[in-house]
Design a protein. Structure first.
Length: 358
């Protein structure tokens, strides 16, 4: 029997909808080629919906999303809405409500894409960051006193639970084993200063490591990781880290792989519903101009397919993306693709249809 997947589509704000359109074109082409069906339902949440209705993320939408097989998200962020409202109210709320405790962010330089790192090639830049996605500084713990006065106190606490840290580290070890590339897992922390939080991370990492004798382990402080990601990115295979450090180092990662137009990510609940998104923002000033690179969204579709277990389709999408970057697009890193957003989608669709990479 043909498999059928219920996919929720959240186009979101700004250029989100136009890159999502391209992602969906590719997803549909992959479904036709690899013989599975899609049942897509679109949810219009985001800045415009908030401005017109005052609604951010209604409870019934969360309920519906929790019954899907996967979620495909464009971008959240609107110039007329105060920063933080939509990010916290939609993106972070969904990550938390659906317990998507992993944020998986591959950093991979494809042939044909310029990296700002002199002398580094696709062989040197190919690693994955496993970012904890449900705790840390993102937990929203803290508060303030005497706001707006000279005596103001602001506290923002990092919450790290044994359970949360362990499930993330375990996922990273498993992922590293399955990836089967360098078989090396690096813990990124700050044990010299954040002596409570990263002591828990380090102890847990070392304990879990005993169950994975085939995986080489390594530790580096987050500041040093930033340095090495620039100087020696080839040292990394899989990096595991907390929510905040993961947020920061993956933007650095996106830059060395050719920019936000390429970088994709998955918010993963291995036991539940996962959500895939290009990691860049909604770029409101470019809305409708068809100049945004849809590859980050299309690579998110690849991650979505991998998570659904549609590996052949996922491989085909990646091969199509690779070929497009190598043979068709011009200077992607400089924001000059030589094609419109939708033309890039068409090129990739054609490669998927023709079975490139099979
Ligand atoms: C990301 C984004 C979000 C984050 C923002 C928009 C809340 O930067 O997905 O990396 O900090 O996690
Ligand atoms: Mn970020």
């Amino acid at each position: 029997m043909t498999k059928k997947y219920d996919i929720a589509v959240l186009p979101g704000d700004g250029t989100g909808p136009e890159v999502v359109d391209e992602g969906l074109k590719v997803l549909e082409a992959a479904a036709a080629k690899y013989d599975f069906e899609l049942n897509l339902s679109t949810f219009n949440i985001g800045g415009d919906h908030y401005i017109s209705t005052g609604e951010i993320l209604p409870e019934n939408i969360v309920d519906e999303l929790s019954k899907k097989d996967a979620i495909f998200l464009g971008a959240i962020g609107h110039p007329d809405v105060k920063p933080g409202i939509l990010e916290k109210g939609i993106l972070l709320s969904l990550r938390f409500a659906l317990d998507q405790y992993i944020n998986l962010r591959p950093v991979k330089l494809y042939e044909g894409v310029a990296t700002p790192l002199k002398d580094k090639t696709p062989e040197d830049i190919d690693f994955v960051v496993v970012r904890e996605n449900s705790e840390g500084l993102y937990a929203g713990a803290g508060g303030c006193l005497k706001k707006g006065t000279p005596d103001e106190v602001a506290i923002q606490e990092s919450i790290n639970t044994r359970k949360g840290v362990e499930r993330c580290i375990r996922y990273a070890f498993e992922y590293c084993r399955k990836r089967n590339k360098g078989k090396k897992l690096t813990l990124c922390g700050k044990t010299n200063v954040l002596t409570f939080a990263f002591n828990l991370w380090e102890r847990t990492f070392n304990e879990v490591a005993k169950e994975y004798p085939d995986i080489e382990t390594d530790y580096a402080h987050v500041d040093a990781i930033c340095m090495w990601m620039v100087k020696n990115p080839e040292w990394f295979d899989v990096i595991v880290t907390d929510n905040m450090f993961g947020d920061i180092i993956t933007d650095l990662g996106a830059m060395i792989q050719g920019g936000m137009g390429i970088a994709a990510g998955g918010n993963i609940n291995p036991e539940g519903v996962s959500m895939f998104e290009p990691i860049g923002g909604s770029a409101p000033k470019y809305t409708g101009l068809q100049i945004i690179n849809p590859i980050a969204a299309i690579s998110s579709v690849q991650l979505l397919l991998e998570t659904l277990g549609e590996s052949a389709a996922a491989v085909s999408v990646e091969s199509a993306v690779k070929k497009t970057l190598r043979d068709d697009l011009k200077d992607v890193a400089a924001g000059k693709m030589g094609y419109t957003t939708s033309e890039v989608g068409d090129i990739i669709v054609n490669y998927v249809k023709s079975g490139v990479g099979e």
